[in-house]
Ligand binder design. Structure first.
Ligand code: GLN
Length: 493
């Protein structure tokens, strides 16, 4: 089929399925069709780039010039990106066709793609189940075959967990492997961008396209980018696979446990060696993450104040509110105060009122942010505040160091770690939205990779015998050992 036919094929799947799945928040059918023609010609002439033929969707937290970058937030409801993220630019330069923007949890905070102004995304395997999150739109779009690949972001599991719930491959690269320029930041020392695909080899191809140093992101590494797809042509099955006790404890569905162990045993038959390992500080991972990530989020999200960026409350309403408040104060204390002490009381009360500008900030942020985002800003502000900083933020940083050390010790003995990606299969829509702690616990197996800056991948491992939903196996490898990670994933696939 010609590229135009391929693109039209995907577009028609989108128009058939997206109403229900709600993965895409906007589709650029005309531009995609135009690009397909141009690139189709290049293919015929033999001048097309390495991603010609790849049809891609982009998570709405990544900037693409001229298209909405709402981050699924009312705060950015009307925001259109004014430049391309480096990853988007690289995809285009290598002749990928981008078809649209994808649903997510607001500012990438969540594990279910229910915290979104676009309405929840639905799991293509069962529309009563969540897709996982926060890159739920990215996972569902691939699972429903609406495109060949997508980009998602992973701060604590947001690529791997939805990939697991939707039954696709999801790769979180090492911190610094892929430029974050043009990614609207959630927690800058954790954020990473990676592909969600139908198979491991596609993930390798897209990683190669987007990885590498970028002068616009000082934390992007200048290590050379290996030819990941070429390395996969000769997989090496004789590897050492670490099985961490701590990843198989309470709360893990026994069917998932067995499936992960089956995967490990199959790899053993192909030549791998299984090694029992321990990550003693893992038990602190969730607490550590939710202190450090919220701290960074509270700082990153300070820019959305309705003045520089984002939703601005109605100034007339603000003035009216303040006038009414002043009125109420004067009514209770007397229009001009009663006597000298009354006068002082009144002045004090009036002085304590917000200025119109401060009230405008408050109202804009109150209206613009959803509940979960507000919760995180408050948590983050709290752990950073004077008097609490050492007890929470400082201590969490020290524990992050210990978790990193745990992984370093382990990777001196094994090539990769195998574990479940999530403790359960996709849960019911609505079942955890009002229980943040339950939602956070879902990230237990993915979060540590972000704390340590290492890479991880979800590989689908068949369907669950009870609910028929996808099960995912996770591999993790040392920082910048994407070749080793992809090799293990390819063998398990
Ligand atoms: N679920 C985690 C959170 O809510 C991770 C999110 C992410 O990776 N962006 O923070």
């Amino acid at each position: 089929a010609s590229l135009s036919e391929v693109v039209n094929g995907y577009l028609s799947v989108i128009s058939r399925k997206n109403q229900e799945i709600n993965a895409f928040t906007s589709v650029h059918a005309d531009e995609a069709a135009e690009r397909a023609e141009v690139i189709g010609k290049k293919i015929k002439e033999g001048t097309a780039g390495p991603l010609a033929g790849t049809v891609i969707g982009i998570k709405e937290v990544l900037c693409q010039k001229g298209y909405p970058a709402t981050c699924a937030s009312r705060m950015l409801e009307n925001y259109e990106a004014v430049y391309d993220a480096t990853v988007v630019r690289r995809l285009m330069e290598q002749d990928a066709v981008i078809v649209g923007r994808l649903n997510m949890d607001e500012f990438a905070m969540g594990s279910s793609t229910e915290n979104t102004i676009h309405g929840p995304a639905k799991n293509p395997h069962n529309a009563n189940k969540v897709t996982g999150g926060s890159s739920g739109g990215s996972a569902a779009a691939v699972a429903a075959d609406m495109c060949s690949a997508t980009l998602g972001t992973d701060t604590g599991g947001s690529i791997r967990q939805p990939a697991s719930y939707c039954g696709v491959v999801g790769l979180k690269p090492s911190y610094g492997r892929v430029s974050r320029y043009g990614l609207i930041a959630y927690a800058s020392s954790f954020d990473s961008i990676g592909p969600l695909t139908h198979n491991v080899s596609d993930a390798a191809t897209i990683l190669k396209a987007i990885a590498g140093h970028d002068p616009s992101d000082a934390t992007s590494s200048s290590r050379p980018v290996p030819d990941y797809p070429a390395l996969l042509e000769n997989p090496e099955p004789a590897i050492k696979i670490g099985i961490p006790d701590e990843y198989f404890g309470d709360g893990l569905d026994p069917v998932i446990r067995e499936r992960v162990m089956d995967t490990a045993r199959n790899m053993e038959k192909k030549g791998a060696e299984l090694v029992s390992i321990s990550l003693p500080h893992l038990k602190y991972a969730i607490a550590t993450y939710y202190i450090l990530a919220t701290a960074e989020a509270s700082s990153n999200l300070a820019r959305f104040d309705g003045i520089r960026y984002g939703h601005r409350a109605d100034i007339q309403e603000v003035r009216k509110e303040l006038k009414n408040e002043e009125e109420a104060i004067r009514q209770s204390l007397g229009t001009n105060g009663n006597g000298k002490s009354g006068r002082e009381k009144l002045d004090k009360a009036l002085l304590a009122m917000d200025s119109p500008m401060i009230r405008l900030y408050k109202k804009s942020r109150t209206e613009g942010f959803g509940t979960e985002v507000k919760r995180r800003i408050m948590l983050g502000t709290y752990v950073l505040s004077a008097g609490y900083y050492d007890a929470y933020y400082g201590k969490a940083q020290r524990i992050r160091r210990l978790i990193k050390q745990d992984f370093q010790d382990v990777f001196s003995k094994v090539d990769v770690i195998i574990s479940p990606t999530a403790p359960t299969t996709a849960f019911d829509l609505g079942s955890k939205v009002n229980d943040p702690l339950q939602m956070y616990l879902n990230d237990i197996y993915t979060i540590s990779a972000n704390l340590a800056g290492i890479c991880g991948i979800n590989v689908p491992a068949g369907l669950h015998s009870d609910d028929g939903l996808p099960i995912g196996v996770q591999f993790m490898a040392d920082a910048f050992d994407e070749p080793g990670l992809l090799n293990a994933a390819r063998i398990a696939e």
